[in-house]
Design a protein. Structure first.
Length: 137
């Protein structure tokens, strides 16, 4: 039997790390600019909701980056870092903390849920844009 190669481009670990680092930066920039626009257009409550969603998005990308590093080390049969258990625990703990932050922002800011969802979607948009840009090159 012949082995099939994957039709996509070869994505090195360094390229993936750079992609995620740019996605964090892009998410924070888009979140800040969008929050400022919302602050002027519809008030501080909606701006705070979008900023909360953008901060959660950026932190989520950071946690995924740590988890990917751990998985890649395991797949490459390298020695796992000492913090491997902490990465796994913090990944699960992050879900609980971000759930609490979302709940708290909905209760305290009483802004638009749509603004929060847009902030949470910034991570998806930034990673998708970065991946498309990488595929184009």
């Amino acid at each position: 039997m012949t082995e099939e190669t994957h039709p996509g481009p070869g994505l090195s670990d360094d390229a993936l790390a750079a992609l995620l680092k740019r996605a964090i930066r892009d998410t924070l920039i888009l979140g800040a600019v969008s929050s400022l626009v919302l602050l002027v257009a519809s008030g501080w409550r909606n701006a705070a909701m979008l900023a909360t969603g953008a901060a959660i998005s950026a932190a989520s990308i950071l946690e995924w980056q740590r988890l990917i590093r751990l998985i890649n080390a395991r797949l490459d049969k390298q020695k796992l870092p000492r913090s491997a258990a902490a990465v796994a625990v913090f990944f699960v703990l992050r879900l609980l903390i971000f759930g609490a932050v979302i709940y708290g922002s909905l209760k305290c800011f009483q802004g638009s849920v749509v603004a929060l969802l847009c902030g949470l979607g910034l991570a998806v948009a930034a990673v998708t844009f970065g991946a498309l840009r990488l595929l184009k090159a």
